[in-house]
Structures are given as C-alpha cells and as structure tokens.
Ligand binder design. Structure first.
Ligand SMILES: C[S@@+](CC[C@H](N)C(=O)[O-])C[C@H]1O[C@@H](n2cnc3c(N)ncnc32)[C@H](O)[C@@H]1O
Length: 273
C-alpha cells in the first residue's frame, strides 16, 4: 500500500500530513543531535556541488541547514507533488525546482555530483527503475544518499494504535528498509555504506501525537474516533509521564562508478556513448 501510486499521491497532495510527522520528531526526539543536522554532517561534497534531491517534500533538510549550505552549491529540488514543490519554492533555497516522478527524471546524463532520496524510495513502485535514473544523472564519482527506516521503526507507536483500536498491531511493510536497502543499492552503486541514527521519541503532549496519527495510512478510521483517541493518548501520558517510542532510521551512501554509456537504461531513454 505504501507504494500504491493512488495512496501516495493523496497522502502527499498537500504538505500538512508530512509537516505533522516532522513536527512530532522535531519536538520529542531524544537524540542529542537533530536528524537533519546529523544528516547534513554526512554530505561530503565539493564546494561547487550540483545536488539533486528527489522526493524533497517541504525541503526540510535544506530549511533546517540553511546557514550551513555553501553559497556555491547548486541545489535542484524535485517531488511529484505540486503541493510539496510549492512549499519548497517558498523556502527559497533551490536554484531549480521540478515537479517530476523519480522514475522519470527530466535531466541530462551525468549532470549532478550528488543525488539525495530521503524516506521516499519505499513509496516508489519500481525502485530499480528509479535507481537507474539516479545513476544516469550522476557523474562518475558522484554520491548517492538515501535515508530510510528499519523494520522495527516506531513499533511501540503501532502497538499503541492497535491497543486503542482493539486489533492486532500492523506494522508498515516497506519495500526499501535499512535491512534490505544495501542489497538493492548494490545493483546500481559501489561502496554502499550504512549509517544508523540512534534515536527515540519521548512524547509528553497529546495533540502532536494525535496529529501524527491522523496524518498516516489509517487516518480515516482514526479521524472518525479522534476524540476517543485524544482521551486514550492523554490518559497514557498522565499514567506514564510520557509515551516512549524507539526509532530505527539511518542513511545509505553509495558511489557512481560506472562509465557513461555502459549501464542499462530505463525504457524511454536512448543510450549515450
Ligand atoms: C516521507 S516524504 C519525505 C520528504 C523528504 N525527503 C524528507 O525527508 O523530509 C516522501 C516524499 O516523496 C514524494 N514522492 C513519493 N513518491 C515519489 C515519486 N515516485 N517521485 C517523486 N517524489 C515522490 C512525496 O510526494 C513526498 O514528498
């Protein structure tokens, strides 16, 4: 379901679902260093880097690190949602913006030094095709960065929601995780390395967690009982002082080492030699 195009388009048509989720993490994460700070620390790029982010959402990576972005970088932000592109445009960071699908990038061969795909590959129906696109637009020696979650990410949250609904917990089945991502990336990139971000949530306020729940895949079922959900979460916080939720998230980094013209190209692109 998380890579069903109809679901993904509806989920990200506007930015409110994503911003509710980012807000929960920004306010209640326990890690000493913020995720977007930690992530930016790992970008090892030349001073004149041409950077592409696919599935950029509201551009939070860049907004959060605005003061650290070298003025000499050229940043291209893309997302298939018009609503997200408009939010990223308002942030006024990108040299260029484009509304496009990661599986069909409208860019020349080898025109970027880095491609970034954060928490989005599990939404893409054909991951291999998207990876072939990223490889195509990266120059030889360019870097690929992809953040994602592990299989146990926020299990206590899904158990809490199941308890509220009196059902068995259902955990998201992601097609691109910390556990299976390296094997998928190895088909496209060399020297794939994984970096884990050690973090958890300690939620001490009801409303941000209610907003998070109402932003997700079962938002319709939950919104019909929003007041009961609010009472349930408030009672749990009153009883325990906080709702504690472990996270599992991190980042893969790979390198583009193929020679121009030797890799297989996705349908619709002619081979350049
Ligand atoms: C979970 S959000 C992540 C946003 C951002 N990368 C971040 O880390 O904050 C996933 C984003 O990927 C976008 N997306 C999903 N499938 C896509 C596709 N096939 N091509 C381009 N963007 C896509 C969504 O519109 C959404 O903005």
């Amino acid at each position: 379901m998380l890579n069903d195009p109809a679901y993904v388009r509806e989920q990200y048509r506007a930015s409110n679902n994503l911003t509710a989720r980012i807000a929960l993490h920004e306010r209640f994460s326990t890690a000493p260093r913020d995720w977007f700070d930690w992530y930016f620390d790992r970008l090892d790029l030349p001073m004149n880097a041409r950077v592409l982010e696919v599935g950029c959402g509201v551009g939070e990576l860049w907004k959060h690190n605005r003061a650290r972005i070298p003025a000499t970088w050229q940043i291209t932000l893309t997302d298939f949602s018009f609503g997200m592109i408009e939010q990223s445009r308002a942030a006024n960071i990108a040299t260029r913006l484009a509304q496009c699908d990661a599986q069909n990038l409208p860019f020349e061969f080898e025109c970027f030094d880095a491609v970034i795909a954060n928490h989005m590959l599990y939404h893409v129906p054909d991951i291999a095709r998207a990876l072939a696109q990223f490889k195509r637009v990266l120059r030889r020696g360019g870097k690929f960065y992809a953040a994602t979650n592990g299989a146990t990410h926020m299990r206590e949250y899904f158990q809490l929601i199941a308890e509220f609904r009196a059902t068995e917990p259902t955990f998201p089945q992601l097609t691109f995780t910390l556990e299976n991502g390296a094997a998928q990336l190895a088909h496209a990139f060399a020297d794939v390395r994984r970096f884990d971000f050690d973090d958890a949530l300690s939620v001490t306020e009801t409303e941000p967690l209610v907003a998070y729940a109402l932003s997700g895949a079962i938002s319709k079922a939950l919104s019909e009982r929003a007041d009961a959900l609010r009472d349930f979460i408030a009672a749990r916080i009153a009883r325990d002082g906080a709702i504690r939720i472990k996270k599992s998230s991190g980042l893969f980094v790979g390198a583009q080492v193929a020679r121009r013209g030797v890799e297989r190209l996705p349908h619709g692109f002619s081979k350049v030699t």
